[in-house]
Design a protein around this ligand. Sequence first.
Ligand SMILES: Cc1cc2nc3c(=O)[nH]c(=O)nc-3n(C[C@H](O)[C@H](O)[C@H](O)COP(=O)(O)O)c2cc1C
Length: 313
Amino acid sequence: MAGVKPTMTVDLAGVAFPLPVLAASGCLGTGGEPTVVDLRRLGGVVTRSLTLEPRRGAPTPRMAETPSGLLSWTGLQNPGVEGFLVEDLPRLEQAGVPVVASIAGGGVEEFLRVTSLLQHRPGIVALEVYLGAPDEERGRGRPFAARLDRAVEVVGAVARMSRLPVFAKLPYLEPDLVETARACVRAGAHGLTLIGGVPGLAVDAERLRPELAAPIGLLSGPAIKPIALAAVHRVARELPEVPIMGVGGIATGRDAVEFLLAGAWAVQVGTAMLIDPAAPVEIARGILAYLKDKQLESPAALRGRLRVPGTSP
Ligand SMILES: Cc1cc2nc3c(=O)[nH]c(=O)nc-3n(C[C@H](O)[C@H](O)[C@H](O)COP(=O)(O)O)c2cc1C
């Protein structure tokens, strides 16, 4: 059979990403610092979550290694929108890599002000609303995503203001993930990013202390891959027309293919980039090899092709 030449471009909410593999928020910094990865070989870069003013972030230690995972809480450390626009965005724009700006805030007003400052910059192709951010206004520091009304309020307000497609980034929520995802879409989200880190605690039994100052952090890396896959599968089955970025524990091309089969339209890579900044490039290569092997024309041809024989919990 003549070899199929797959195209790797994916279209999510009207945005064409040249490759289906993006750098996840927080794992390539805001993009301005020198990196060893050639940005043009990424499908896109999601910035670290940006707040109106610079934030110094959480006290240290902020990271601990756990079996097959990384536990971290950076406390939204970021240079603030102005700092990002001056220091970081120009280099991303120069590289020509599509930039998804991750936005955060302690309350709805801050999300809106961040949106208004970012949405007219030419290099920025979409916004990602970080609903794992602590709700300082009404939630006593619990994430916006933990309350459906607050998640909807933030996403709705941003989507009404934004001229760019808006992705709502959710953590895994039990039992209301699908309901929250649906409500975010009804409120105006054009797509979803699934998932943020999973809450976890690491204990130093010698020093009788938590390993992180926070002390609860967010677990990422291979340990959370099955959880993220379940999230993508569940939401994609219910909302097949909504573009989903799958994220959580992706380290190889095969991992990424699993997410596409489960229903993701594209994937993001986080923790794996902390080990090898060029991981997304290899992952994209792995997807391409899989498509060629199966004689498929694009990543979209894999979407949701998982055969599901029975019902699941
Ligand atoms: C050090 C670090 C910083 C992160 N910062 C952010 C952030 O600012 N905003 C955000 O939405 N997610 C942030 N994340 C979460 C990642 O974007 C991603 O959702 C999560 O790590 C799961 O993917 P992974 O297993 O590939 O790392 C961060 C993750 C890590 C490890």
